[in-house]
Design a protein around this ligand. Structure first.
Ligand code: HEC
Ligand code: HEC
Ligand code: HEC
Ligand code: HEC
Ligand code: HEC
Length: 379
């Protein structure tokens, strides 16, 4: 591994926190110098040092950028280390590889300190490079610190080092979001336009890019990803069609253990369930290869199938056929498409249950044949 430490960045950020930064700001060199672009955000070890006290360094930014900081507080970036779902997986695979992205403010060779754990992916992870505070633009003339304008921060390059990566030592993507985006018909729409929408300021400032990056906590966003519809096929089955709409990549994207589940059941006049179809899943399927001497799972895993909804413009729709044991011609059929985030004790070593979250992407009811069909399309 590279040496994680260049003391200049640490000195810079702690000086900032001590509000004794004026002298340093005055010294910030190479503003806008395109020949010396700072490194992009990404996993540790970084070319710049991790701040000596990541919590204080981030509090310094937060103290002036209060609205952005409040949004970030609610985000999974802030919880990248403390997230219980991550903690479950990390308990099985406690390796430097994971620490690099889930605690990027610490040296990944060691267990992170309390500050780096609390900060997760912080302001400094994305905005401080060497002696610079980096922004997509340097619009503000009233900033008390210089902002190094790096237009790449408004593109997928700002996300790629953490959101596009392979299993260690393999060509197989563990997460493939940036590549999925690149081959979608929405590749011209940046990650930021969907995930950092311009938000009004509550304190009379100009609108800013939202830093909540909310997906799991934002069911409306998940519903936007797909359109769903259903129809009867023969006397004992229905087909539920899921087609891409508002996501700029596959659905679900990101972590290995997200999937869609399509369910259907027959209900009688009193609403009682009288028949159930076997559910159909759309997701990535993995298998473990024999472990190495170190017993590290991630290093010996392979993908055996990917039935997720392809990115917009790159294929699909996905059609789930749900088969019932008996005739459903005269019955009322209720169906549902769910997004699920799986609990990972390595998703119960691929038995994959239970789901931590079940978010309804779309649902509907097919009335008995002869009665008017009512279909949900709430994607
Ligand atoms: C003393 C207060 C103060 C501190 C500390 C501070 N900022 Fe700022 N910063 C400002 C002000 C004021 C602006 C002007 C724009 C605004 O009001 O948001 C600004 C502008 C910015 C911009 C550019 C916005 C644009 O114009 O595109 C970025 C990025 C930024 N700050 C990040 C940070 C980060 C990261 C930290 C911590 C390392 C930090 N700031 C610390 C007050 C501060
Ligand atoms: C995961 C990376 C990431 C984290 C974490 C992050 N930012 Fe940002 N921030 C960005 C990106 C990317 C942009 C530019 C978006 C664009 O213009 O397309 C940005 C924009 C900004 C701006 C300019 C906003 C505007 O529209 O006026 C400020 C100020 C800022 N960030 C401050 C902060 C502060 C303070 C924190 C911590 C509380 C923080 N950021 C955390 C990635 C991040
Ligand atoms: C330093 C690494 C890093 C960078 C840079 C980064 N991310 Fe993340 N991001 C993470 C990690 C780690 C998580 C997952 C945290 C967890 O849940 O454990 C995450 C989670 C997310 C989520 C899921 C949030 C949710 O509620 O489900 C979104 C969306 C996201 N990032 C978007 C972005 C975008 C867009 C960018 C670029 C502007 C970006 N990230 C840059 C590391 C990063
Ligand atoms: C056209 C809008 C759009 C664009 C562009 C877009 N996304 Fe998304 N993203 C979504 C929607 C909608 C969801 C919720 C559905 C899902 O999980 O796929 C989402 C979900 C996510 C998630 C959460 C996955 C999960 O289930 O935990 C991550 C991470 C993410 N996006 C990262 C990115 C990155 C990185 C880029 C750029 C390379 C990007 N997105 C581009 C709309 C978009
Ligand atoms: C290159 C960066 C990177 C590395 C290395 C990495 N992760 Fe992640 N991890 C992410 C990002 C980005 C997300 C968010 C994707 C999403 O929301 O779907 C994430 C999400 C997760 C999640 C899902 C969290 C949730 O809330 O559902 C788990 C669990 C996880 N990672 C475990 C690990 C483990 C264990 C390792 C080491 C074997 C590891 N990660 C290595 C970037 C990384």
């Amino acid at each position: 591994m590279r040496s994680p430490s260049l003391p200049r960045g640490a000195a810079f950020v702690s000086a900032l926190f001590l509000a004794a930064a004026a002298a340093l700001f005055g010294r910030a060199e190479a503003r806008g110098d395109a020949t010396a672009l700072p490194p992009l955000p990404g996993p540790a070890p970084r070319p710049h040092s991790a701040p000596a006290d990541p919590a204080k360094a981030n509090e310094a930014c937060a103290s002036c950028h209060a609205e952005i900081a409040a949004e970030w507080q609610s985000s999974l970036h802030k919880q990248a280390w403390t997230d219980p779902v991550f903690q479950q997986a990390y308990a099985i695979e406690s390796v430097a590889f994971c620490r690099g992205c889930h605690a990027p403010e610490a040296d990944p060779e060691h267990e992170p300190g309390a500050g780096a754990k609390a900060v997760g992916v912080g302001c400094t992870s994305c905005h401080v490079e060497g002696a610079h505070i980096v922004g997509a633009k340097a619009l503000s003339t009233n900033a008390p610190h210089p902002v190094f304008a790096d237009a790449r921060l408004a593109t997928a390059q700002a996300c790629a080092a953490c959101h596009q990566f392979n299993f260690p030592g393999k060509k197989l993507p563990m997460q493939n979001t940036v590549a999925e985006h690149a081959r979608s018909s929405l590749s011209g729409t940046s990650c930021q336009s969907c995930h950092m929408p311009l938000s009004p300021s509550q304190s009379g400032k100009k609108p800013h890019r939202n830093h909540a990056f909310a997906v799991i906590s934002n069911p409306a966003m998940i519903r936007r990803a797909a359109k769903v519809s259903a129809a009867r096929v023969g006397g004992r089955a229905i087909e539920v069609s899921v087609s891409a709409s508002g996501a700029g990549h596959a659905f679900p994207t990101g972590d290995m253990f997200r999937r869609l589940e399509v369910r259907a059941e027959v209900i009688d006049a009193k609403g009682k369930v009288v028949q159930k179809a076997d559910p159909v899943f759309f997701g990535r399927v993995f298998a473990d290869l024999p472990r190495d001497a170190k017993g590290s799972l991630a290093f010996h895993r392979t993908q055996t199938a990917d039935t997720r909804l392809p990115p917009p413009g790159a294929g699909g729709p996905r059609v789930a056929r749900l088969q019932f044991p008996r005739s459903i011609a005269r019955a009322k059929v209720r169906w549902k498409v769910l997004y699920e985030r799986m609990e990972t004790a390595m998703a119960a070593s691929f038995g994959v249950d239970p789901a931590v979250d079940e978010i309804v992407v779309g649902e509907g009811v097919l009335l008995p044949l002869g009665e008017e069909a009512k279909q949900g399309d709430e994607g």
